[in-house]
Write a protein that binds this ligand. Structure first.
Ligand code: DC
Length: 219
């Protein structure tokens, strides 16, 4: 692979989204938020009244998604030209994404689309299987982890800041359940690649994680 790719995999709430976005900005590289693709696929399916368990219909939909990442840092997501950036961030959208992401046919349908994000000068790819499946030849692979409690607290704080009511115990419970589904699925389960650098962000600041990632890149 001529274009350098940095993969950041890990469970939700580990901070990988923030770290990936800041690293892409710092390096001037493109950003792939692969979780957004699963979230958008689920949203598109729900809008068309497709059952989230109908793997064939959702794979067909995923193969023809009209999705674009725009804006300066490529974090604004357009589905059929409509900005759905906020809509796909809800807990319900994450849950639905986890369901569609468990279908092998859906993952296949999104594979080539994700590979095409590797463009000069480089790519930061954020997800669950970036280092294991989509970019196995990546230049540097990071697996960012954190305890379910810490991840739950981070999510709880985020929701409170947005003025949304939340129950911490429920959030931690949901995180555990989603981890379980993502880790136990037979295809592309959430796990660190053998050659990934594992970083536990539970007691690290974002800056400390960034410094560690840049050091791995030799920057
Ligand atoms: O990173 P996220 O929370 O936006 O991801 C939403 C869901 O999508 C998550 O529960 C698992 C799934 N996912 C996946 O299976 N593979 C990826 N590369 C990214 C996300």
């Amino acid at each position: 692979m001529s274009v350098p790719v940095l993969t950041i995999d890990g469970p939700s709430g580990s901070g990988k989204g923030t770290v990936a976005r800041l690293l892409a900005k710092h390096l001037g590289w493109h950003l792939l938020d692969s979780g957004a693709l699963y979230r958008i696929t689920a949203l598109a399916a729900q809008r068309r009244g497709i059952d989230l368990h109908d793997a064939a219909a959702i794979a067909e939909l995923a193969a023809h998604l009209d999705v674009r990442f725009v804006g300066e840092d490529e974090t604004c997501v357009l589905l059929d030209g409509e900005d759905v950036s906020r809509q796909i961030r809800s807990e319900q959208a994450g849950e639905a994404a986890s369901v569609v992401a468990a279908h092998p046919a859906v993952r296949d349908a999104l594979f080539d689309f994700q590979r095409r994000f590797a463009a000069a000068p480089g790519l930061v790819a954020d997800g669950r299987d970036m280092g294991t499946v989509v970019f196995p030849q990546a230049f540097v692979k990071i697996y960012l982890d954190a305890s379910a409690e810490v991840r739950g607290e981070r999510r709880y704080k985020q929701l409170n800041e947005k003025g949304l009511h939340a129950n911490l115990a429920q959030i931690i419970d949901d995180i555990r359940r989603r981890d379980e589904r993502d880790m136990q699925r037979p295809v592309a389960p959430l796990k660190a690649a053998d050659d990934a650098h594992v970083i536990d962000s539970s007691f690290l600041t974002v800056e400390q994680v960034l410094t560690e990632c840049l050091a791995r890149l030799g920057k």
